[in-house]
Design a protein around this ligand. Structure first.
Ligand code: GLU
Length: 420
């Protein structure tokens, strides 16, 4: 299994990042091994009758990296690229993210290999319900709490909650986060990840000595994270000059109207041909001169092929794993880009998921203002902690963030000892 995981490019990347921080922390071989490998890798098949009457068998995964610090926490992804290695890498990153933010969770991630863009609501509902049924022995509010990720949303979470409630015989709101507010979801959860990306990007822009009024942003990916990041950063006065999604990339040097673009995407299904913008090659878009570049889609988009040509001052990683270790090395050598690493930059989502779980356990509902102000306080503290640690130890921001998260987990493992 070790070899199988390491053969996957995304897991290999997460593993290389881990080893670099483990070296810095001088972890013993024993603790290193215990921290690195996932506790549980669950694979299942999901047979579904499609709308055309044919039966299709999908593959589903849930990887629970660690339960040492609390229940496993992390999203559920529906995407054609999903496989065990990718999900295991994403689970590992969730682990360090939760630990960095001081959340009482281990990391997890799930996924189903499917293309939601080609599936009806009915088919998506069936996949979600059957996947949840397959996971019932392994999930629960004290063991594993799922949330939205790429290709899933609050409706998906409502279906998961419904399957779980049907089997439990009563509603168990803490079984998932990112639920609709009427189903005891949290105010502020939908925009939390994008809000956090923009909030931290704005701090980094300030640290670089750039005025918001003269600042520009480029956003790759216009799903839940990218769209809310773009909307929030524009409220600071930053001009969003280019945006891309699966339908294409658009450019407008005077700045895009993000609220209008969000409505346009709702109506047409993508950013392509947005009135007032011109098309641009998606790869070239990444190389536009801008104050902040926000990759907010898939892994491995900043690579050794484009890292040397980036013209951003801040790289704010809304996605998980958008930058490869080879690209990291180039960015470190350049020394002119301020990197906000994924496990910090996109931690707003899981932080509000934690708030949602706490509210669910207490049967209490906080206001949106309360949620966002608690979120901003935690993000600002984590940001300061990472950059101070990086400065003090002369580390790149990514290694600093990962080391802070990994150390939490390693310390808990060492303290708990081995059973038997
Ligand atoms: N899928 C999100 C992430 O990658 C959120 C996970 C959660 O809220 O549990 O951080």
């Amino acid at each position: 299994m070790r070899e199988q995981l390491l053969a996957h490019p995304v897991f290999k990347m997460a593993s290389e990042q881990f080893e670099r921080s483990a070296d810095f922390l001088q972890l013993s071989d024993e603790v290193r091994e215990r921290c690195k490998w996932p506790k549980r890798l669950i694979t299942c098949t999901i047979p579904i009758k499609r709308d055309n009457g044919e039966t299709e068998v999908y593959f589903g995964y849930r990887v629970q990296h660690h339960l040492s610090r609390g229940p496993v926490k992390g999203g559920l992804r529906f995407h054609p690229n999903v496989d065990l290695g990718e999900v295991a890498a994403l689970a590992m990153w969730m682990n360090w993210k939760c630990a960095l933010m001081g959340l009482p969770f281990g990391g997890g991630k799930g996924g189903v290999t499917c293309d939601p863009r080609t599936m009806s609501q009915h088919e998506l509902e069936n996949v979600t319900r059957r996947f949840t049924a397959e996971m019932l022995p392994f999930i629960g509010p004290e063991t594993d709490v799922m949330a939205p990720d790429m290709g899933t949303n609050e409706q998906t979470m409502a279906w998961i909650a419904d399957v779980y409630a049907t089997h439990a015989g009563h509603l168990v709101p803490g079984i998932v986060t990112g639920k609709p507010v009427i189903l005891q979801g949290s105010e502020g959860r939908t925009q939390a990840t994008g809000h956090g990306v923009a909030f931290l990007a704005a701090r980094a822009i300030q640290l670089c000595g750039i005025d918001y009024d003269s600042a520009t942003a480029v956003v790759q990916g216009f799903g839940n994270v990218g769209a809310h990041a773009a909307r929030t950063i524009s409220t600071y006065g930053v001009k969003v000059i280019a945006v891309s999604d699966v339908t294409g990339a658009i450019h407008s040097p005077d700045g895009l109207d993000i609220n209008a673009l969000m409505q346009y995407v709702k109506d047409t299904g993508g950013v392509k041909n947005f009135p007032g913008s011109s098309p641009i090659d998606p790869d070239e878009m990444l190389l536009l001169e801008c104050s902040v570049l926000m990759p907010a889609a898939l892994e491995r988009v900043i690579t050794e092929k484009n890292a040397a040509d980036l013209k951003c001052k801040v790289l704010a990683e809304g996605a998980n794993g958008p930058t490869t270790p080879n690209a990291d090395a180039i960015i470190e050598k350049r020394g002119d880009i301020f990197l906000i690493p994924d496990i910090l930059c996109n931690a707003g989502g899981v932080t509000v998921s934690y708030f949602e779980w706490v509210q669910n356990l207490q049967r209490f509902q906080w206001s949106e203002q309360e949620v966002i102000s608690k979120l901003d306080t935690m993000l600002a503290a984590a940001f300061d902690k990472v950059i101070n640690f990086a400065k003090y130890n002369q580390l790149p921001n990514r290694v600093a963030a990962l080391s802070l998260g990994i150390k939490e987990v390693a310390d808990v493992k060492a303290q708990r000892g081995l059973y038997p």
